[in-house]
Every structure is written in C-alpha cells, then in structure tokens.
Write a protein that binds this ligand. Structure first.
Ligand code: GLA
Length: 384
C-alpha cells in the first residue's frame, strides 16, 4: 500500500510526499450503543485502516485525492468550509475546517488518501480518516494537540460538520489503539485503561455482511434521540446525568416513568449492556474467554431484541456462530443495520468456520459474506 501510495502521489502531484501517516479502523468487543449514553466500551484498533501521503504547497490550495474514489477536490484556502454533498472528502475537509477555526497558520496541502477498510461497513472508516487528518496536521503544523484532543476534535467534526450524533468510541479507539490490547474506555470521564487481549488458542474474526447499508445515519440519530427521551423520563425521579448512571435496581423501580414500551426497551439495552462491559472486563482479566464469549452473545441478543439495530444478515451470522463448536462468542459490532460481526473462533478451525459460514450465509441471504482473521493493532501514527 505504501509503495503504491508514494508512486501515485508522485504521479499526481509531481513531487515526493513530505509525510506519510496511517490510522487504523476498529472493532468493538462489547459495549454497543452506550458511548453516547456515558457508558463503558471495549473497542480495539485493527490492522486495516487509512493511509495519507501529504505535502505542503505554496499555492494556497487544499487538494484532496484518494485511491479508492475517483472524486477529487481542489479548494482555495479560506477561513471556513461547509459540507458538500455526500463526498468522501467531507471528512478531512471537516477536520481542516475545525482546525482552521483556531489556527490560521495552516498552508495549502496536497493530500492523497488510500484505505483498505470496507467503506461504511461499521469498522470506522470515517473516524479513521478524520483522526488521520487531524493527527497529520497536528504533526505538520506543530499544533500541540494531545491524542485525546485529536479524538474529541474528530468527534466534533462527525457531530457538527457531518451530522451524525455519534459518541467518542470510534475516534478514541483509532487514536489510542495498542497492539494486542483492548481499550476499556469510560465515555463519561473520557479516560481509558488498556486490557491485554490474550485470546490463547482463539482468534478474533471479522465477518462483513456485505449488506448495502442505507439510512444508517438517520436510524442512528433516532436511537440517540430515543435514549435522550428515556433519560428525561427517568430524571423525574433519578438524579442521573446519563442512562449509564442508572443501576439495574433503580431502573426496575422507576421504569414505569418512561411510559413508552419502545423507549423502555432502548433503556433496558443501554443499562444492561453497560453492566455486561463490567463483567467482560473481569472475564478478560481472569482469562475466562468462555464468559467473554457468552457476554458477546448476550450483547447481540439485546441489540437485536431491545435496541433493534441488528438485521437478518447479522442475526444469520450470530445464529451460525452459536452452532459452530469452535466459536465461543459472536455479536454485531459498531452501529449495526448491516456492517460487520465479530466472532471468537479457535485458530485451528478458522478455515472450516469460513467455509461453513459462507455456505450457510449465502443460502439464507443470497450473497456471500467476507470473513477475515483480525489482528489488534496500534493507533494513528506517522510512518517513517
Ligand atoms: C458508531 C458510532 C459510535 C458508537 C457505535 C455503536 O460506530 O460512531 O460512536 O455509538 O456506532 O456502539
């Protein structure tokens, strides 16, 4: 990827790139749809991601090109920008726009991006390109942002410029990823601890449903609003700042306040999922992988029944996983409505798992999934 990127950069811009950067994507082991409810989540960075070759220019232009898309943009350097349609370059543009609000010292830039994350498949391709751009500008213009500030800036771009009410999980995970570690992130305090991810004879498998994802952003924003409504109702009696501050006990006592069966289900997922993350942390620390696997299955069930963000494709994968003897846990990962599932599968059974799952899925769904073994990698970095 790097050789191709440099060659293409030279072809397109007639000079060598001054810098090369990489930012991974992420999977989330457990703790789904609770980051924007102040919960704890357990993502990890993966080895697939997004690369950037970049140089300053003196002609006051921002040039955005990408090996994955034919669309390019060339914009005059100005004080602010607005989102243009649904183009890929809105993500880096939003980041530059945000940075320029407080730093006028940014020069023109020639940028060539490339990625190997399936786009929009729930592996955080958008957080990856946002954090990548912010990290690159931070290094090149010595802006002195910490990794946390970079993650928060990227989230602000996703919320404001792009218009998705996402939480902090994705941007944080790709900024703070650590090889062979999961990140236990408290989304209320925005502090983390690393949890060594020793999977022993198991590996983490990513299964892309290959389902064309539609309306994900609007459905996502709908869930965000529903959680706000459930919290507002509970607040009549409980002094909670977010749903994850509500204990099971408090919820059982006060759930009648919500007075809407749909909102009650949403809250039930959030509160139970946050609890499962705590149990998953203990299981991982004690090396009890079976328990972790069981919690993953339970998380999926709750996302399916109570949060209603799964779908027949993701359910088909998880159903298969439950019947495969060498798989101890599986669940959808990310926002849902298609995208990817993850599974813990015995290393020696990976090929057999892939073969059987592909046949099963194709028979039920009508097309093939993509199955790959995943590494747990580091966060955003400059490549020397
Ligand atoms: C998307 C969002 C995250 C998180 C997950 C669901 O990936 O970007 O902030 O809410 O969905 O857990």
């Amino acid at each position: 990827m790097i050789t191709k990127l440099v060659e293409e950069f030279v072809n397109r811009f007639r000079k060598q790139p001054e810098h090369l950067f990489f930012c991974p994507g992420r999977v989330n082991l457990i703790g789904e749809h609770i980051d924007y409810n102040g919960g704890k989540v357990m993502p990890c960075a993966i080895s697939m991601g997004t690369w950037l070759a970049i140089s300053k220019n003196t002609d006051k232009r921002l040039r955005f090109e990408c090996l994955n898309f034919p669309e390019k943009a060339e914009l005059h350097l100005q004080q602010s920008y607005t989102k243009s349609g649904g183009q890929w370059f809105n993500y880096p543009l939003g980041v530059i726009n945000e940075i320029m609000q407080n730093n006028s010292a940014i020069s023109g830039l020639d940028m060539l991006f490339a990625g190997n994350l399936p786009i929009g498949a729930g592996l955080s391709s958008s957080a990856s390109i946002e954090v990548l751009t912010a990290f690159a500008l931070n290094e090149m213009f010595v802006l002195n942002f910490s990794r946390k500030e970079i993650a928060l800036l990227a989230k602000k771009v996703e919320n404001g410029f792009i218009g998705v009410n996402c939480g902090i999980m994705d941007q944080y995970a790709v900024a703070f990823g650590k090889k062979d570690n999961a990140i236990l992130l408290d989304c209320d305090t925005v502090e983390h601890e690393y949890l060594p991810l020793d999977l022993g004879e198991y590996i983490m498998v990513i299964i892309n449903t290959n389902k064309p994802r539609k309306l994900v952003d609007s459905k996502y924003n709908e869930r965000f609003t529903e959680c706000g409504m459930a919290l507002k109702a509970l607040k009549k009696e409980l002094p909670a700042n977010n749903l994850c501050e509500v204990s099971f006990h408090e919820f059982s006592d006060q759930r009648h306040l919500i007075n809407d069966p749909v909102l009650e289900k949403r809250a039930l997922h959030v509160i139970s999922e946050n609890f499962r993350v705590g149990e998953a942390k203990d299981a991982l620390k004690a090396g009890e992988l079976y328990t972790l696997g069981k919690l993953m299955f339970a998380s999926h069930q709750s996302l399916k029944d109570f949060y209603e963000v799964s779908g027949k494709e993701l359910d088909c994968i998880v159903d298969f996983c439950k019947t495969f003897p060498d798989c101890i846990g599986a669940r959808m990962t990310g926002a849902g409505f298609g995208g990817c599932a993850i599974a813990l599968v015995k290393k020696k059974s990976f090929e057999n798992f892939t073969k059987k799952l592909t046949v099963y899925y194709e028979k039920q769904i009508g097309y093939k999934p993509e199955v790959f073994a995943s590494d747990v990698g580091d966060g955003v970095m400059e490549i020397i």
